[in-house]
Design a protein around this ligand. Sequence first.
Ligand code: NDP
Length: 476
Amino acid sequence: MPKFEYAPAPESRAIVSLRESYGLFIGGEFTPGARAFKTISPATEEVLAEVTEADPADVDRAVSAARKAYEHTWAPMPGKERAKYLFRIARIVQEKARELAVLESLDNGKPIRESRDVDIPLVAAHFFYYAGWADKLDYAGYGAAPRPLGVAGQVIPWNFPLLMLAWKIAPALACGNTVVLKPAETTPLTALAFAEICQQADLPAGVVNIVTGAGETGRALVTHPGIDKVAFTGSTEVGKEIARACAPSRKKLTLELGGKAANIVFEDAPVDQAVEGIVNGIFFNQGHVCCAGSRLLVQESVYDQVLAALRRRLETLRLGDPLDKNTDVGAINSAAQLAKIRELSEAGEAEGAQRWSPPCDLPVKGFWFPPTVFTGVSQAHRIAREEIFGPVLSVLTFRTPAEAVEKANNTPYGLSAGVWTEKGSLSLWMASRLRAGVVWANTFNKFDPASPFGGYKESGYGREGGRHGLEAYLDV
Ligand code: NDP
Protein backbone atom coordinates (compact mmCIF):
# COMPACT_ATOMS: atom_id res chain seq x y z
CA MET A 1 0.00 0.00 0.00
CA PRO A 2 1.47 3.44 -0.88
CA LYS A 3 2.19 5.45 2.20
CA PHE A 4 1.11 9.06 2.06
CA GLU A 5 3.32 11.77 3.47
CA TYR A 6 1.33 14.43 5.23
CA ALA A 7 2.43 18.04 5.51
CA PRO A 8 2.47 19.19 9.14
CA ALA A 9 -0.91 20.51 10.26
CA PRO A 10 -0.26 21.86 13.74
CA GLU A 11 -3.07 23.29 15.84
CA SER A 12 -2.04 26.76 17.05
CA ARG A 13 -1.23 26.94 20.72
CA ALA A 14 -1.81 30.72 20.67
CA ILE A 15 -5.40 30.07 21.77
CA VAL A 16 -4.10 29.02 25.20
CA SER A 17 -2.90 31.76 27.52
CA LEU A 18 -0.88 30.00 30.20
CA ARG A 19 -0.10 31.79 33.42
CA GLU A 20 3.41 31.51 34.80
CA SER A 21 2.10 30.10 38.05
CA TYR A 22 -1.18 28.83 39.48
CA GLY A 23 -2.44 28.83 43.06
CA LEU A 24 -4.91 26.45 44.67
CA PHE A 25 -8.60 26.97 43.94
CA ILE A 26 -10.22 27.17 47.36
CA GLY A 27 -13.45 28.91 48.31
CA GLY A 28 -13.93 30.30 44.80
CA GLU A 29 -10.51 31.98 44.60
CA PHE A 30 -6.98 31.12 43.61
CA THR A 31 -4.94 31.19 46.79
CA PRO A 32 -1.18 30.73 47.35
CA GLY A 33 0.27 27.64 49.01
CA ALA A 34 3.59 26.75 50.59
CA ARG A 35 5.47 24.94 47.80
CA ALA A 36 5.45 24.82 44.01
CA PHE A 37 6.25 22.28 41.31
CA LYS A 38 6.54 22.47 37.54
CA THR A 39 4.33 20.82 34.97
CA ILE A 40 5.95 19.99 31.63
CA SER A 41 4.92 19.04 28.13
CA PRO A 42 5.76 15.33 27.81
CA ALA A 43 6.30 15.81 24.06
CA THR A 44 9.08 18.40 24.44
CA GLU A 45 9.96 18.47 28.17
CA GLU A 46 9.32 22.23 28.04
CA VAL A 47 8.09 23.72 31.33
CA LEU A 48 4.51 24.90 30.85
CA ALA A 49 3.75 26.45 34.23
CA GLU A 50 4.43 26.36 37.93
CA VAL A 51 1.71 24.81 40.06
CA THR A 52 1.15 24.87 43.82
CA GLU A 53 1.61 21.76 45.92
CA ALA A 54 -1.12 21.62 48.54
CA ASP A 55 0.01 20.49 52.00
CA PRO A 56 -2.31 19.09 54.69
CA ALA A 57 -3.15 22.60 55.94
CA ASP A 58 -4.21 23.64 52.41
CA VAL A 59 -6.30 20.48 52.06
CA ASP A 60 -7.92 21.33 55.39
CA ARG A 61 -8.81 24.82 54.14
CA ALA A 62 -10.33 23.32 50.98
CA VAL A 63 -12.40 20.80 52.95
CA SER A 64 -13.66 23.58 55.27
CA ALA A 65 -14.65 25.71 52.27
CA ALA A 66 -16.47 22.74 50.75
CA ARG A 67 -18.25 22.00 54.06
CA LYS A 68 -19.42 25.60 54.39
CA ALA A 69 -20.71 25.66 50.82
CA TYR A 70 -22.40 22.29 51.33
CA GLU A 71 -24.28 23.32 54.45
CA HIS A 72 -25.21 26.88 53.59
CA THR A 73 -25.55 26.99 49.83
CA TRP A 74 -25.41 23.91 47.68
CA ALA A 75 -27.31 21.15 49.53
CA PRO A 76 -30.26 23.42 50.45
CA MET A 77 -30.51 24.73 46.87
CA PRO A 78 -33.41 23.26 44.83
CA GLY A 79 -32.26 20.77 42.19
CA LYS A 80 -33.58 22.91 39.36
CA GLU A 81 -31.28 25.76 40.48
CA ARG A 82 -28.26 23.46 40.74
CA ALA A 83 -29.07 22.24 37.23
CA LYS A 84 -28.75 25.78 35.86
CA TYR A 85 -25.14 25.96 37.06
CA LEU A 86 -24.30 22.58 35.54
CA PHE A 87 -25.86 23.56 32.21
CA ARG A 88 -23.87 26.79 32.32
CA ILE A 89 -20.62 24.90 32.96
CA ALA A 90 -21.41 22.53 30.07
CA ARG A 91 -21.98 25.43 27.70
CA ILE A 92 -18.78 27.21 28.74
CA VAL A 93 -16.84 23.97 28.18
CA GLN A 94 -18.29 23.87 24.66
CA GLU A 95 -17.40 27.51 24.04
CA LYS A 96 -13.83 26.92 25.23
CA ALA A 97 -13.54 23.51 23.59
CA ARG A 98 -10.62 24.39 21.32
CA GLU A 99 -8.63 26.04 24.10
CA LEU A 100 -9.24 23.13 26.47
CA ALA A 101 -8.28 20.58 23.82
CA VAL A 102 -4.97 22.33 23.10
CA LEU A 103 -4.23 22.67 26.81
CA GLU A 104 -4.98 18.98 27.41
CA SER A 105 -2.74 17.88 24.54
CA LEU A 106 0.07 20.16 25.74
CA ASP A 107 0.03 18.92 29.32
CA ASN A 108 -0.84 15.26 28.69
CA GLY A 109 0.81 14.52 25.32
CA LYS A 110 -2.31 13.01 23.72
CA PRO A 111 -3.04 13.77 20.04
CA ILE A 112 -5.16 16.87 19.49
CA ARG A 113 -7.51 14.78 17.35
CA GLU A 114 -8.41 12.79 20.47
CA SER A 115 -8.66 15.67 22.94
CA ARG A 116 -10.69 17.66 20.38
CA ASP A 117 -13.00 14.87 19.19
CA VAL A 118 -13.29 12.61 22.25
CA ASP A 119 -12.22 14.09 25.59
CA ILE A 120 -13.69 17.59 25.49
CA PRO A 121 -17.03 16.72 23.80
CA LEU A 122 -17.50 13.99 26.41
CA VAL A 123 -16.71 16.46 29.21
CA ALA A 124 -19.50 18.76 27.99
CA ALA A 125 -21.82 15.77 27.48
CA HIS A 126 -21.27 14.65 31.08
CA PHE A 127 -22.20 18.02 32.49
CA PHE A 128 -25.27 18.24 30.23
CA TYR A 129 -26.31 14.73 31.21
CA TYR A 130 -26.04 15.21 34.97
CA ALA A 131 -27.57 18.70 34.76
CA GLY A 132 -30.63 16.85 33.52
CA TRP A 133 -30.72 14.65 36.63
CA ALA A 134 -30.33 17.44 39.23
CA ASP A 135 -34.07 18.18 39.44
CA LYS A 136 -35.21 14.59 38.79
CA LEU A 137 -33.49 12.71 41.60
CA ASP A 138 -36.89 11.68 43.01
CA TYR A 139 -37.31 9.53 39.89
CA ALA A 140 -33.83 7.95 39.88
CA GLY A 141 -34.98 4.86 41.73
CA TYR A 142 -33.44 5.72 45.10
CA GLY A 143 -36.63 6.75 46.88
CA ALA A 144 -38.26 10.13 47.32
CA ALA A 145 -35.96 13.12 47.88
CA PRO A 146 -32.67 11.18 48.17
CA ARG A 147 -30.11 13.12 50.17
CA PRO A 148 -26.52 13.96 49.16
CA LEU A 149 -23.59 12.62 51.16
CA GLY A 150 -21.74 15.85 51.97
CA VAL A 151 -18.18 16.71 50.93
CA ALA A 152 -16.58 14.47 48.31
CA GLY A 153 -12.79 14.03 48.11
CA GLN A 154 -11.90 13.05 44.56
CA VAL A 155 -8.51 11.92 43.23
CA ILE A 156 -8.02 11.46 39.50
CA PRO A 157 -5.25 10.18 37.18
CA TRP A 158 -3.40 11.71 34.26
CA ASN A 159 -4.72 9.71 31.29
CA PHE A 160 -7.98 11.67 30.72
CA PRO A 161 -7.48 14.65 33.03
CA LEU A 162 -10.50 16.81 32.25
CA LEU A 163 -12.77 13.89 31.39
CA MET A 164 -12.06 12.15 34.71
CA LEU A 165 -12.77 15.47 36.43
CA ALA A 166 -16.14 15.61 34.67
CA TRP A 167 -16.95 12.00 35.60
CA LYS A 168 -16.30 12.90 39.22
CA ILE A 169 -17.64 16.44 39.58
CA ALA A 170 -20.81 16.38 37.43
CA PRO A 171 -22.71 13.62 39.34
CA ALA A 172 -21.44 14.86 42.72
CA LEU A 173 -22.76 18.36 42.12
CA ALA A 174 -26.01 17.20 40.55
CA CYS A 175 -26.80 15.26 43.73
CA GLY A 176 -26.06 18.25 45.99
CA ASN A 177 -22.55 17.40 47.23
CA THR A 178 -19.59 19.76 47.20
CA VAL A 179 -16.13 18.61 46.14
CA VAL A 180 -12.41 18.88 46.71
CA LEU A 181 -10.60 17.40 43.73
CA LYS A 182 -6.94 16.55 43.27
CA PRO A 183 -5.74 16.22 39.67
CA ALA A 184 -2.65 14.14 38.89
CA GLU A 185 0.72 15.76 39.44
CA THR A 186 1.67 15.59 35.76
CA THR A 187 -1.61 16.96 34.35
CA PRO A 188 -3.03 19.73 36.54
CA LEU A 189 -3.64 22.43 33.92
CA THR A 190 -7.10 21.60 32.61
CA ALA A 191 -8.40 21.20 36.17
CA LEU A 192 -7.15 24.71 36.87
CA ALA A 193 -8.79 25.94 33.66
CA PHE A 194 -11.96 24.27 34.95
CA ALA A 195 -11.63 26.31 38.17
CA GLU A 196 -11.72 29.44 36.00
CA ILE A 197 -14.84 28.06 34.29
CA CYS A 198 -16.48 27.68 37.72
CA GLN A 199 -15.72 31.35 38.37
CA GLN A 200 -17.11 32.33 34.98
CA ALA A 201 -20.29 30.33 35.68
CA ASP A 202 -20.69 32.15 39.03
CA LEU A 203 -20.72 28.83 40.82
CA PRO A 204 -21.09 29.62 44.53
CA ALA A 205 -17.73 29.77 46.34
CA GLY A 206 -16.55 26.48 47.83
CA VAL A 207 -18.78 24.16 45.77
CA VAL A 208 -15.75 23.08 43.72
CA ASN A 209 -12.23 23.24 45.16
CA ILE A 210 -9.11 22.12 43.28
CA VAL A 211 -5.99 21.18 45.21
CA THR A 212 -2.96 20.38 43.09
CA GLY A 213 -0.06 18.27 44.29
CA ALA A 214 1.37 14.76 44.24
CA GLY A 215 0.48 11.53 46.02
CA GLU A 216 0.94 13.09 49.46
CA THR A 217 -1.74 15.69 48.70
CA GLY A 218 -4.05 12.88 47.58
CA ARG A 219 -3.33 10.98 50.78
CA ALA A 220 -4.08 14.07 52.91
CA LEU A 221 -7.37 14.49 51.06
CA VAL A 222 -8.70 10.94 51.26
CA THR A 223 -7.74 10.57 54.93
CA HIS A 224 -9.18 13.95 55.99
CA PRO A 225 -11.87 13.37 58.63
CA GLY A 226 -14.11 16.06 57.09
CA ILE A 227 -14.65 14.04 53.90
CA ASP A 228 -17.87 12.03 53.56
CA LYS A 229 -17.19 10.33 50.25
CA VAL A 230 -14.01 9.30 48.45
CA ALA A 231 -13.89 8.70 44.72
CA PHE A 232 -10.65 7.47 43.17
CA THR A 233 -9.48 6.52 39.70
CA GLY A 234 -5.92 5.24 39.30
CA SER A 235 -3.72 2.26 39.98
CA THR A 236 -4.94 -0.83 41.83
CA GLU A 237 -2.06 -0.46 44.27
CA VAL A 238 -3.05 3.05 45.40
CA GLY A 239 -6.72 2.02 45.30
CA LYS A 240 -6.02 -0.73 47.81
CA GLU A 241 -4.17 1.72 50.04
CA ILE A 242 -7.13 4.11 49.94
CA ALA A 243 -9.58 1.26 50.68
CA ARG A 244 -7.51 0.37 53.75
CA ALA A 245 -7.40 4.01 54.87
CA CYS A 246 -11.18 4.43 54.47
CA ALA A 247 -12.17 1.07 55.98
CA PRO A 248 -12.33 2.21 59.63
CA SER A 249 -14.32 5.36 58.74
CA ARG A 250 -17.90 6.03 57.65
CA LYS A 251 -16.67 7.33 54.27
CA LYS A 252 -18.44 5.95 51.23
CA LEU A 253 -15.90 4.80 48.64
CA THR A 254 -15.85 4.13 44.92
CA LEU A 255 -12.74 2.86 43.13
CA GLU A 256 -12.09 2.70 39.41
CA LEU A 257 -8.79 0.89 39.00
CA GLY A 258 -6.75 -0.97 36.44
CA GLY A 259 -7.62 -3.41 33.69
CA LYS A 260 -6.19 -6.02 31.32
CA ALA A 261 -9.05 -6.30 28.87
CA ALA A 262 -9.40 -9.06 26.31
CA ASN A 263 -10.34 -8.02 22.78
CA ILE A 264 -11.64 -11.26 21.25
CA VAL A 265 -11.74 -11.81 17.48
CA PHE A 266 -13.74 -14.76 16.12
CA GLU A 267 -13.16 -16.31 12.70
CA ASP A 268 -16.37 -14.87 11.23
CA ALA A 269 -15.53 -11.26 12.22
CA PRO A 270 -15.05 -8.71 9.42
CA VAL A 271 -11.27 -8.49 9.54
CA ASP A 272 -10.74 -4.86 8.51
CA GLN A 273 -13.35 -3.64 10.96
CA ALA A 274 -11.86 -5.76 13.74
CA VAL A 275 -8.38 -4.43 12.99
CA GLU A 276 -9.67 -0.86 13.39
CA GLY A 277 -11.14 -1.92 16.73
CA ILE A 278 -7.89 -3.55 17.82
CA VAL A 279 -5.95 -0.39 16.94
CA ASN A 280 -8.49 1.83 18.69
CA GLY A 281 -8.53 -0.55 21.63
CA ILE A 282 -4.82 -0.38 22.44
CA PHE A 283 -3.22 2.56 20.61
CA PHE A 284 -5.90 5.17 21.41
CA ASN A 285 -4.42 7.60 23.97
CA GLN A 286 -1.04 5.73 23.73
CA GLY A 287 -2.69 2.82 25.54
CA HIS A 288 -3.01 4.96 28.69
CA VAL A 289 -6.55 3.68 29.09
CA CYS A 290 -7.78 1.59 32.02
CA CYS A 291 -10.18 -0.31 29.76
CA ALA A 292 -7.64 -0.69 26.89
CA GLY A 293 -7.89 -3.89 24.88
CA SER A 294 -4.34 -4.88 25.82
CA ARG A 295 -4.80 -8.65 25.32
CA LEU A 296 -5.82 -9.61 21.82
CA LEU A 297 -7.38 -13.09 21.64
CA VAL A 298 -7.60 -14.29 18.03
CA GLN A 299 -9.29 -17.49 16.89
CA GLU A 300 -6.52 -19.73 15.56
CA SER A 301 -8.10 -20.22 12.11
CA VAL A 302 -7.80 -16.48 11.27
CA TYR A 303 -4.63 -15.71 13.22
CA ASP A 304 -2.33 -15.21 10.20
CA GLN A 305 -4.89 -13.11 8.35
CA VAL A 306 -5.63 -10.83 11.33
CA LEU A 307 -1.96 -10.37 12.24
CA ALA A 308 -0.99 -9.53 8.66
CA ALA A 309 -3.79 -6.94 8.42
CA LEU A 310 -2.88 -5.52 11.81
CA ARG A 311 0.79 -5.10 10.85
CA ARG A 312 -0.21 -3.37 7.60
CA ARG A 313 -2.46 -0.98 9.51
CA LEU A 314 0.17 -0.19 12.14
CA GLU A 315 2.62 0.80 9.42
CA THR A 316 0.29 3.69 8.58
CA LEU A 317 0.05 5.12 12.12
CA ARG A 318 1.74 8.48 12.54
CA LEU A 319 3.57 9.14 15.79
CA GLY A 320 4.72 12.60 16.77
CA ASP A 321 3.71 16.13 17.73
CA PRO A 322 0.48 15.85 19.76
CA LEU A 323 -0.67 19.22 18.40
CA ASP A 324 -0.46 18.03 14.78
CA LYS A 325 -3.94 17.15 13.53
CA ASN A 326 -2.52 14.17 11.59
CA THR A 327 -0.96 12.53 14.63
CA ASP A 328 -2.35 9.16 15.71
CA VAL A 329 0.04 8.33 18.54
CA GLY A 330 1.27 11.06 20.86
CA ALA A 331 3.77 11.20 23.73
CA ILE A 332 3.94 8.96 26.79
CA ASN A 333 2.73 11.02 29.72
CA SER A 334 5.85 10.93 31.90
CA ALA A 335 9.40 9.61 32.20
CA ALA A 336 8.20 7.30 34.99
CA GLN A 337 5.45 5.79 32.82
CA LEU A 338 7.90 5.36 29.91
CA ALA A 339 10.28 3.50 32.23
CA LYS A 340 7.44 1.19 33.30
CA ILE A 341 6.45 0.44 29.69
CA ARG A 342 10.08 -0.27 28.76
CA GLU A 343 10.59 -2.53 31.75
CA LEU A 344 7.51 -4.65 31.00
CA SER A 345 8.34 -4.82 27.28
CA GLU A 346 11.83 -6.05 28.10
CA ALA A 347 10.29 -8.63 30.42
CA GLY A 348 8.09 -9.78 27.52
CA GLU A 349 11.16 -10.41 25.36
CA ALA A 350 13.06 -12.05 28.20
CA GLU A 351 10.15 -14.43 28.79
CA GLY A 352 10.22 -15.49 25.16
CA ALA A 353 7.50 -13.51 23.35
CA GLN A 354 8.28 -12.00 19.93
CA ARG A 355 8.32 -8.22 19.77
CA TRP A 356 7.41 -6.21 16.67
CA SER A 357 6.96 -2.48 15.94
CA PRO A 358 6.43 -0.76 12.59
CA PRO A 359 9.33 1.38 11.35
CA CYS A 360 8.93 4.57 13.30
CA ASP A 361 11.23 7.54 14.04
CA LEU A 362 10.92 8.66 17.64
CA PRO A 363 11.45 12.37 18.40
CA VAL A 364 14.68 13.07 20.29
CA LYS A 365 13.14 15.14 23.07
CA GLY A 366 10.22 14.07 25.20
CA PHE A 367 8.89 10.61 26.14
CA TRP A 368 8.04 8.27 23.28
CA PHE A 369 7.34 4.60 22.72
CA PRO A 370 6.47 3.03 19.35
CA PRO A 371 3.27 1.00 18.83
CA THR A 372 4.37 -2.51 19.80
CA VAL A 373 2.89 -5.98 19.27
CA PHE A 374 3.98 -9.11 21.12
CA THR A 375 3.14 -12.50 19.59
CA GLY A 376 3.79 -15.93 21.02
CA VAL A 377 2.49 -14.69 24.37
CA SER A 378 1.44 -17.23 26.96
CA GLN A 379 -1.01 -16.56 29.78
CA ALA A 380 1.79 -16.82 32.34
CA HIS A 381 3.86 -14.00 30.81
CA ARG A 382 3.94 -10.73 32.73
CA ILE A 383 2.83 -8.87 29.58
CA ALA A 384 -0.35 -10.97 29.60
CA ARG A 385 -1.05 -10.40 33.29
CA GLU A 386 0.10 -6.90 34.27
CA GLU A 387 -1.35 -3.59 33.18
CA ILE A 388 1.30 -1.99 30.94
CA PHE A 389 -0.68 1.21 30.38
CA GLY A 390 1.16 1.93 27.15
CA PRO A 391 0.95 1.23 23.39
CA VAL A 392 1.79 -2.46 23.78
CA LEU A 393 -0.45 -5.29 22.60
CA SER A 394 -0.09 -8.93 23.70
CA VAL A 395 -1.53 -11.44 21.24
CA LEU A 396 -2.84 -14.88 22.29
CA THR A 397 -4.93 -17.43 20.41
CA PHE A 398 -7.92 -19.67 21.13
CA ARG A 399 -9.89 -22.39 19.35
CA THR A 400 -13.38 -22.42 20.89
CA PRO A 401 -15.67 -19.82 22.47
CA ALA A 402 -15.34 -21.62 25.83
CA GLU A 403 -11.55 -21.34 25.65
CA ALA A 404 -11.86 -17.63 24.79
CA VAL A 405 -14.01 -17.07 27.88
CA GLU A 406 -11.61 -18.95 30.09
CA LYS A 407 -8.58 -17.02 28.84
CA ALA A 408 -10.37 -13.65 28.90
CA ASN A 409 -11.45 -14.16 32.51
CA ASN A 410 -8.02 -15.40 33.57
CA THR A 411 -6.99 -12.06 35.09
CA PRO A 412 -7.30 -10.36 38.46
CA TYR A 413 -9.02 -7.48 36.65
CA GLY A 414 -12.49 -7.17 35.14
CA LEU A 415 -13.11 -3.76 33.66
CA SER A 416 -13.91 -4.31 30.00
CA ALA A 417 -13.83 -6.71 27.04
CA GLY A 418 -14.51 -6.68 23.32
CA VAL A 419 -16.09 -9.34 21.10
CA TRP A 420 -15.85 -9.36 17.30
CA THR A 421 -18.26 -11.68 15.48
CA GLU A 422 -21.09 -11.46 12.94
CA LYS A 423 -23.23 -13.73 15.15
CA GLY A 424 -25.40 -11.80 17.59
CA SER A 425 -26.10 -14.97 19.57
CA LEU A 426 -22.36 -15.54 20.08
CA SER A 427 -21.87 -11.91 21.25
CA LEU A 428 -24.61 -12.38 23.85
CA TRP A 429 -23.31 -15.80 24.89
CA MET A 430 -19.87 -14.29 25.44
CA ALA A 431 -21.16 -11.15 27.17
CA SER A 432 -23.03 -13.19 29.73
CA ARG A 433 -19.88 -15.14 30.61
CA LEU A 434 -17.20 -12.44 30.55
CA ARG A 435 -16.47 -11.04 34.02
CA ALA A 436 -16.11 -7.46 32.84
CA GLY A 437 -18.04 -4.31 33.69
CA VAL A 438 -18.35 -3.31 30.03
CA VAL A 439 -18.48 -5.67 27.04
CA TRP A 440 -18.30 -4.03 23.62
CA ALA A 441 -19.56 -5.96 20.59
CA ASN A 442 -17.98 -5.12 17.22
CA THR A 443 -16.61 -1.87 18.63
CA PHE A 444 -14.25 -0.80 21.40
CA ASN A 445 -13.59 2.17 23.69
CA LYS A 446 -17.00 3.74 23.15
CA PHE A 447 -18.25 5.96 25.96
CA ASP A 448 -21.49 7.72 26.69
CA PRO A 449 -22.52 9.64 29.81
CA ALA A 450 -25.77 7.68 29.99
CA SER A 451 -23.94 4.36 30.15
CA PRO A 452 -22.55 3.10 33.49
CA PHE A 453 -18.86 2.20 33.66
CA GLY A 454 -16.96 0.27 36.33
CA GLY A 455 -15.31 -3.01 37.17
CA TYR A 456 -15.27 -6.39 38.82
CA LYS A 457 -12.54 -7.87 41.01
CA GLU A 458 -9.38 -5.75 41.23
CA SER A 459 -10.74 -3.21 38.75
CA GLY A 460 -12.63 -1.64 41.62
CA TYR A 461 -16.19 -1.12 42.73
CA GLY A 462 -19.00 1.34 42.14
CA ARG A 463 -20.25 2.66 38.82
CA GLU A 464 -19.71 5.99 37.11
CA GLY A 465 -22.02 7.37 34.47
CA GLY A 466 -25.70 6.93 33.86
CA ARG A 467 -28.40 6.62 36.50
CA HIS A 468 -26.16 4.14 38.34
CA GLY A 469 -23.52 6.85 38.74
CA LEU A 470 -25.88 8.84 40.98
CA GLU A 471 -25.87 6.13 43.62
CA ALA A 472 -22.25 6.87 44.54
CA TYR A 473 -23.19 10.40 45.56
CA LEU A 474 -26.49 9.78 47.35
CA ASP A 475 -27.12 8.62 50.90
CA VAL A 476 -28.80 5.37 49.86
P1 NDP B 1 -1.62 6.44 40.77
O1 NDP B 1 -2.66 5.50 41.17
O2 NDP B 1 -0.43 6.63 41.66
O3 NDP B 1 -2.24 7.90 40.56
C1 NDP B 1 -3.61 8.22 40.51
C2 NDP B 1 -3.90 9.45 41.38
O4 NDP B 1 -3.73 9.13 42.76
C3 NDP B 1 -2.96 10.63 41.13
O5 NDP B 1 -3.67 11.83 41.30
C4 NDP B 1 -1.93 10.43 42.23
O6 NDP B 1 -1.20 11.59 42.50
C5 NDP B 1 -2.82 10.03 43.37
N1 NDP B 1 -2.16 9.31 44.47
C6 NDP B 1 -0.96 8.64 44.47
N2 NDP B 1 -0.74 8.08 45.67
C7 NDP B 1 -1.81 8.38 46.46
C8 NDP B 1 -2.19 8.06 47.80
N3 NDP B 1 -1.41 7.30 48.58
N4 NDP B 1 -3.36 8.51 48.27
C9 NDP B 1 -4.19 9.25 47.50
N5 NDP B 1 -3.88 9.59 46.22
C10 NDP B 1 -2.72 9.15 45.70
O7 NDP B 1 -1.15 6.08 39.33
P2 NDP B 1 0.27 6.42 38.64
O8 NDP B 1 0.18 7.73 38.02
O9 NDP B 1 1.41 6.21 39.61
O10 NDP B 1 0.35 5.30 37.54
C11 NDP B 1 0.86 4.00 37.89
C12 NDP B 1 0.11 2.93 37.16
O11 NDP B 1 -1.24 2.95 37.54
C13 NDP B 1 0.09 3.08 35.66
O12 NDP B 1 1.22 2.57 35.08
C14 NDP B 1 -1.15 2.33 35.31
O13 NDP B 1 -0.86 0.96 35.20
C15 NDP B 1 -2.06 2.56 36.48
N6 NDP B 1 -3.06 3.62 36.24
C16 NDP B 1 -4.33 3.24 36.02
C17 NDP B 1 -5.29 4.19 35.77
C18 NDP B 1 -6.70 3.80 35.51
O14 NDP B 1 -7.46 4.62 35.05
N7 NDP B 1 -7.07 2.60 35.82
C19 NDP B 1 -4.98 5.61 35.70
C20 NDP B 1 -3.61 5.91 36.01
C21 NDP B 1 -2.70 4.93 36.26
P3 NDP B 1 0.14 11.83 41.60
O15 NDP B 1 -0.27 11.91 40.21
O16 NDP B 1 0.65 13.09 42.06
O17 NDP B 1 1.02 10.66 41.91
